[in-house]
Design a protein around this ligand. Structure first.
Ligand code: NAP
Length: 278
């Protein structure tokens, strides 16, 4: 297979480049291909002529999206359409990365792939709009919703907690948002399997199990052997510009149908901590 990855310099993109083997993979960063530039995207897609395009490029600053709404939609929605149009022209399949933030978080059981979208933030709305437009334009595209990404080589929650815990005796972390942390290495191993299986439609891919950010932070500090105390607080006490869903656990039913297994987030965290030490 020939594979072209948009967003190869990002947290997931990096892991995809490292983990993908057995295929001819080209990684593109925004300097080479800004997905807002339809003609530039068309040119690189014609040049690389891929069988699959993985679209991991996005404006991912969830709070930044609230004050930069135009940029959020230009990259996350219109940019995705530019990539889909170019894919269609060369007959490539498209795998688009989406987010748990397309949901409102009002459920208390895992979100199924066909549950109605009801995003609460600009970032979530830009991803939800991309999903519906992509499915219209390219009904056989594959939309991978994931959540709470962490990995080496970029800003992520465990890295922030470890840096803070190194210098503070106590940390306050929200305990009223529940989701599934996802190690980019595990996601980057699942994505080629989806491509090889010619998967289409919406698939949820996260590490198994769920927790709150507080529980995640507790496990990070404990696993790293740090003496820091982690204290539970509410989202109201830690107000941020973008509202987050209170519950965004994604059902893995579709992934199980495809016979792809994801390790638990605790196991993933242990491997992340080892990778971070090296
Ligand atoms: N992080 C999470 O917790 C999370 C959760 C759910 C879903 N997702 C989704 O998963 C995907 C990967 O996320 P990530 O955390 O790996 O992202 P990331 O680390 O923030 O990386 C974003 C990537 O997008 C590229 N990019 C940004 N604007 C671009 C533009 N206009 N044109 C072309 N490329 C552009 C960046 O390239 P440069 O660095 O070269 O500018 C970078 O490679 C995204 O679609 C994201 O929305 C992430």
């Amino acid at each position: 297979m020939r594979v072209t990855i948009f967003g190869s310099s990002g947290l997931l993109g990096n892991a995809l480049i490292h983990e993908w083997s057995g295929d001819a993979v080209t990684g593109l960063r925004s300097r080479v291909a800004d997905i807002r530039d339809a003609q530039g995207v068309q040119r690189v897609v014609r040049e690389t002529h891929p069988d699959w395009i993985v679209l991991a490029a996005a404006y991912t600053d969830v709070d930044g999206c609230e004050s930069n709404q135009d940029l959020a939609f230009a990259v996350n929605s219109e940019g995705a359409i530019n990539v889909a149009a170019a894919a269609k022209e060369v007959g490539a399949r498209l795998l688009f990365l989406s987010s748990d933030y397309v949901f409102d978080g009002k459920k208390s059981a895992p979100y199924e792939t066909d549950d109605p979208r009801n995003p609460q933030s600009v970032y979530g709305r830009s991803k939800a709009e991309a999903e519906t437009k992509l499915l219209d334009l390219m009904p056989d595209c594959c939309i991978v919703r994931t959540s709470w990404l962490f990995g080496v080589g970029g800003k992520c929650f465990p890295d922030t907690i470890l840096k803070l815990a190194a210098s503070r005796p106590a940390l306050d972390v929200v305990n009223d948002q529940r989701g599934s942390p996802t190690y980019v290495v595990d996601l980057a191993r699942a994505i080629p399997q989806l491509c090889r299986q010619n998967a289409s439609g919406i698939v949820h891919v996260t590490n198994a199990g769920d927790c709150t950010w507080f529980e995640f932070a507790q496990e990070i500090v404990r696993s790293a052997g740090l003496p820091t105390t982690v204290r539970p607080v509410s989202s109201a006490q830690m107000a941020r510009p973008a509202p987050r869903p209170a519950y965004s656990v994604l059902s893995s039913a579709r992934l199980r149908e495809l016979r792809i297994e994801m390790p638990s987030w605790r196991d993933a965290l242990r491997r992340y901590l080892k990778e971070r030490q090296n």
